[in-house]
Write a protein that binds this ligand. Structure first.
Ligand code: HEC
Length: 711
């Protein structure tokens, strides 16, 4: 039962009777930071919506940015909107920024960093800063950090250069040769915004150094080299010159902050190239590490590397959470970290000491030429992983005999020896794959109960290395060469016949939508989840265009070599799923889960499937689970809200039991983390929904209890 008593105001307006439920005594709850607060809790004390009344939730408004220029297809909408005093600040899937009235969904202002151009690129939200007087919205688009006046959406011209800072600068590399595009909003500490970055996953990636900028001036305040330079700690974990030519080790997933102790915790991605490391022999600090930095000056306090010499793209994918652990009768201020591998790590916040022992164990050795796998990897001894690790024959799908048969032979032909089986040219099975285990939406932590909620994916993927450095010995036309190039580098995402898939657009009839120069620009710079292909030779550029635009069928490609990728290997099945004959995961259900871990007892409270494919659900059996992107939130009303799943539903679970209490269909995929706030007596839950072919921009939906609802 709700603790709230509603005052019923009856207003008679020209014969119309409006009943407005409002509760003046209720305090407002904001959501002022990405994932609720600097500790990344995704928790709200709002409790008007609770276990008893959640099934009465209704759609109360929707905000349609409608900012996709004609002909633009939809892209994933991953924003977690922030809410301050009933005002919502959010990015759109086209990466414009909006202020929206939280009561009505009406636009207050909008800002377009692309001046009407296509825009886009993955963006999970914005950062708010105030000194009590001035209010700013900071956000990134392409390689720029912008500062806007939160009251009117106008650029603050005294910030950086006319309101923006170029993030390609100050990295110690040629700014024209790199792309740095943050995807997750930066975090505020005092008058600084601390910012990570998304960089390319390829051989030419920029280093993922973490930077702090002054929020007032845009001046660079400090930089932490995630790939250490001569004289810096960790430099010896690489070949001597690797800091000049390797990249990655970037924080793309966001950070969390211990404000009191002035420590920022940044989980980092893998070093590049992701799947082959012959030119970066060594442990490769701070790749795949959690780094704890002094937020004042960026100096390293402690670090923990979760994967040595990563060959799997096991980026740390989510902001850590600040949690309290009870162990041996003592309460410990800890930081929790989820991973794509399915491990949950817990460290003392100040010292970095693991709360439970982490053992270094021997792992399989690479068979690929030139590679030197690191002999051991760290395995937390407790808690147990929240995802299955390493696919075995017993775990192959049992949805139907046909499904099982369709995967068995392929399974037997590939390498599958556990979590750290390195890639080779035959195919290696990865479980969990690059998409988790845990996801970028991160975990929700309930400070009242000490329970951490983690959503996870259980979908195997395949790694296959091919020698890079394509060569044409005068045998191919540009069209043929382009097709070869396409099959090697593009088909895993865009499909063998350009048809695309759920994450990547179709490239059919490109000519009717995009000029060649635009296409080439996209291919070279990358966009969203698509990496940039900056290393293409002129012949390769011409060939890929010939293939995509169906021309160049006569002219023969002159002899050509690409010296930059010549010696490497490339993962030509990167990010491709291991699926049965009908396209379902090759593994037994569940295919996605929601997990509740109790930090007080150190044990899981429950695990339930997240998402459902009803056609594959066994009669009377549990839901199947589905692939999911985006995170959960937890409320004082006793609920965990999460959308995220491929079945395009939005759900609420009982936070203490995992029982599903409410679900609703969304107009598209809710591949984002919801936010909740209460304002003027009413609690709202909002979620960004990915577009559809009919409505390519997607929208933000708001749910609340009916106005005249009494419980
Ligand atoms: C890892 C998956 C991945 C790979 C590999 C990849 N792409 Fe993409 N590509 C995407 C995604 C995702 C988008 C949509 C980006 C967005 O707007 O967020 C995209 C967008 C595009 C677009 C723009 C389409 C449009 O309608 O706007 C083109 C053109 C393109 N890719 C070509 C290529 C080519 C050519 C290659 C190989 C050289 C390639 N891609 C490799 C995932 C990929």
């Amino acid at each position: 039962m709700s603790r709230f008593t509603f005052k019923i105001n009856i207003i008679v307006l020209g014969g119309l009777v409006l009943i407005a439920a409002c509760n003046t005594s209720q305090t407002d709850h904001s959501w002022p930071v990405y994932k609720a607060d600097a500790t990344s809790s995704s928790y709200s004390a709002a409790d008007q919506i609770n276990k008893e009344n959640v099934q009465h939730l209704q759609l109360v408004w929707k905000f349609d940015p409608e900012d996709a220029p004609a002909g633009v297809r939809y892209g994933k909408y991953e924003c977690n909107p922030i809410v301050i005093d009933g005002k919502i600040y959010a990015t759109s899937a086209r990466r414009r920024v909006y202020a929206v009235d939280g009561l009505t969904g009406q636009k207050i202002w909008g800002f377009d960093p692309f001046d009407g151009a296509r825009g886009g690129g993955m963006c999970r939200g914005v950062t708010y800063w105030t000194d009590g007087n001035e209010k700013r919205i900071l956000f990134t688009a392409d390689n720029f950090l912008y500062a806007l006046d939160a009251t009117n959406g106008l650029l603050i011209s005294s910030f950086g250069q006319q309101g923006k800072v170029d993030l390609n600068q100050d990295l110690g590399v040629d700014p024209d040769s790199v792309w740095v595009k943050p995807t997750t909003p930066g975090i505020i500490f005092q008058d600084k915004i601390i910012l990570g970055s998304e960089v390319s996953e390829s051989y030419d990636a920029a280093p993922g150094h973490i930077r702090a900028y002054n929020v007032k001036t845009g001046q660079l305040d400090w930089i932490f080299h995630t790939i250490p330079q001569p004289g810096e700690f960790g430099y010896e974990s690489w070949p001597p010159d690797a800091w000049k030519y390797t990249g990655g080790a970037n924080n793309w997933a966001g950070m969390c902050l211990d404000e009191e102790n002035g420590i920022v915790y940044a989980p980092l991605g893998s070093p590049t190239y992701d799947f082959y490391g012959a030119n970066r022999k060594g442990e490769n600090l701070f790749g795949n590490s959690l780094v704890a930095l002094n937020a004042k000056d960026g100096s390293l306090m402690w670090h923990f590397q979760t994967v040595h010499h990563d060959l799997w793209d096991y980026d740390l994918p989510a902001p850590p959470n600040l949690v309290k652990i009870e162990k041996d009768g003592k309460e410990i201020d800890a930081v929790s970290l989820t991973s794509k591998t399915g491990f949950l790590y817990l460290f003392d916040r100040i010292t970095g000491e693991p709360i439970y022992p982490i053992a270094e164990r021997p792992v399989p050795v690479a068979s690929i030429e030139g590679e030197e796998t690191w002999p051991t990897q760290p395995f937390p001894t407790h808690p147990a992983p929240f995802s299955r690790q390493g696919l075995t024959e017993e775990e192959l799908t049992d949805v139907s005999p046909e499904a099982h048969d369709s995967v068995l032979q392929r399974f037997r032909n590939m390498r599958s020896d556990g979590l750290f089986a390195p890639a080779d040219t035959n195919g290696t099975i990865m479980l969990p794959g690059t998409r988790g285990g845990a996801e970028w939406g991160g975990s929700a932590y309930d400070p009242q109960t000490g329970i951490l909620y983690i959503n996870a994916n259980e979908s195997p993927e395949i790694l296959t290395l091919h020698q890079a450095g394509m060569e044409s010995r005068g045998r191919f036309t540009f069209h043929q060469f382009g097709q070869r190039y396409y099959r090697t580098y593009c088909a895993t995402c865009h499909g063998n016949d350009l048809e695309g898939d759920i994450s990547s657009p179709s490239l059919k009839d490109l000519g009717s939508r995009l000029a060649k120069a635009e296409t080439l620009d996209k291919i070279k710079k990358g966009e969203g989840r698509m990496p940039g292909f900056t290393l293409m030779t002129e012949n390769e550029e011409k060939a890929i265009l010939a293939f995509l635009y169906d021309e160049g069928k006569e002219e023969i490609v002159p002899r050509n070599r690409n010296p930059k990728t010549d010696k490497g290997f490339l993962n030509v099945t990167a990010y491709s799923y291991f699926l049965d004959h009908e396209g379902y995961p090759a593994i037994k259900q569940p295919w996605g889960t929601l997990n509740a871990f109790n930090c007080k007892t150190g044990e899981y409270e429950w695990q339930v499937p997240l998402g459902n494919y009803p056609e594959k659900q066994k009669a009377g059996g549990p839901q199947t689970g589905a692939e999911n992107w985006g995170g959960p939130i937890v409320t004082a009303g006793g609920l965990v809200f999460i959308a995220a799943t491929k079945d395009e539903k939005f759900r609420a679970f009982d936070k203490s039991t995992g029982v599903l209490l409410w679900e609703t269909d969304l107009p598209g995929g809710g591949y984002a983390t919801p936010s909740t706030y209460s304002y003027k007596g009413r609690q709202y839950i909002i979620i960004a929904v990915t577009g559809t072919p009919e409505n390519p921009t997607g929208n933000i939906l708001a749910f609340a209890l009916p106005r005249n609802f009494r419980s």
